[in-house]
Design a binder for this molecule. Structure first.
Ligand code: AMP
Ligand code: MG
Length: 344
């Protein structure tokens, strides 16, 4: 058994690949995009067609990154919206409108744990800036931007949206990587690939099987990099996405400050160390892993209600799962585990 990971970047999930008794070839390629190493593992009877499929998938994922990113020099409609005249609606491309609607839906369904309008606060905290911060920002500035960023986005008809304050800015950072994984997978399929894994720095979408066995996925421990919290055997169309407080953080005055904010406080969420969501598609798994991270174990029921599963490592290090997880997947937990119903 080989252990592959996208080290040296912080890897959320380790991809464990089974034996090599598959009749077809396994083609493996890695690209850097979306701020992380993206591993493509494709099973195909033909190496050249696998390589072509990976290129198409990688190009598509890069296109998605360019469309949604609010960082870097390249212009895009999200950046234009973020500097648009407050109060004046702007028509957004259908793809952005669709993701914005999904983000708003997750916001409502998670009771405000997910917010697409946190860009100003995220920039203030600075976790995605080229120079990482060393200390938290001033409390009055957090309070000002929190007020300005709350309930500040309005939808008009026909893909037209307006922001009502200048500080109201979109940040798709919690959902765009999942969408990119879904688009990359669609491109692999269009190129005739039925068995593959795309691993974007630990956020994973699998299709099919690895030869005669399922794909074997390990969820990393949020505090001990080399350890695994759970392993999952998955096959078919499954996405596994993790949000963790170990991805981008610093310690100040003995306190951990990280990149996932509680939209109610404007400060790093305090309920969890990591939240992993397993769903049919990666955009839902990505959006909900961020929301669940903010909600903590109280959010497990909300995830289960939407036919998804989850593994949550609480702030105290205890591990909790949705009740149905074991029936959907082969799950092995490396630590003592509590089902939702046992941990209330
Ligand atoms: P993820 O790693 O998918 O959980 O996404 C984290 C990124 O999403 C951060 O770097 C921010 O850009 C953004 N973000 C932080 N907190 C939230 C939140 N509560 N809801 C939505 N987006 C957030
Ligand atoms: Mg996310």
């Amino acid at each position: 058994m080989r252990l592959l990971s996208s080290a040296p970047l912080p890897v959320l999930i380790l991809l464990l690949i089974g034996g090599c008794n598959a009749p077809s070839e396994t083609v493996h390629e890695t690209r850097f995009m979306m701020g992380t190493l993206v591993d493509f593992t494709v099973i195909s009877i033909n190496k050249d067609s696998a390589t072509l499929a990976i290129k198409a998938a990688a190009d598509e994922m890069q296109r998605v990154e360019n469309l949604f990113t609010i960082y870097g020099e390249t212009d895009n409609p999200v950046k234009q919206f973020n500097i648009s005249e407050p109060g004046t609606p702007m028509q957004l491309p259908a793809e952005i409108d669709k993701l914005l609607n999904l983000a708003k839906q997750i916001d409502i369904q998670s009771r405000g744990a997910f917010s697409i309008t946190l860009a100003s606060l995220n920039k203030l905290w600075g976790f995605s800036m080229p120079t990482p911060p060393v200390a938290p920002p001033a409390s009055d500035e957090i309070a000002r931007l929190l007020k300005a960023s709350t309930s500040c986005l309005q939808q008009q008809s026909n893909r037209r949206w307006k922001r009502i304050r200048p500080e109201c800015r979109l940040d798709f950072g919690a959902i765009a990587k999942g969408y990119a994984l879904d688009r990359g997978t669609a491109l692999l399929r269009e190129h005739g690939i039925d068995n593959a894994v795309i691993n974007a720095g630990g956020d994973i979408r699998v299709i099919g099987r690895h030869g005669d066995r399922p794909w074997h996925i390990g969820v990393r421990h949020p505090r001990e990099k080399e350890k695994i919290v759970a392993t999952l055997d998955v096959e078919g169309d499954v996405s596994i996405v993790t949000s963790g407080d170990y991805e981008r953080f610093y310690i100040f005055d003995g306190m951990r400050y990280h990149h996932i904010l509680n939209p109610k406080t404007g400060r790093p969420a305090r309920n969890s160390q990591s939240a992993t969501v397993i769903a049919d598609n990666a955009v839902m798994a990505d959006g909900w892993s961020t929301a669940l991270f903010v909600l903590g174990k109280a959010g497990l029921d909300l995830v289960a209600k939407r036919d998804m599963d989850a593994i949550l490592v609480s702030a105290d290090g205890s591990v909790h799962t949705t009740d149905g997880i074991a029936s959907r997947l082969q799950l092995t937990l490396a630590a003592p585990m509590l089902r939702t119903s046992e941990s209330k």
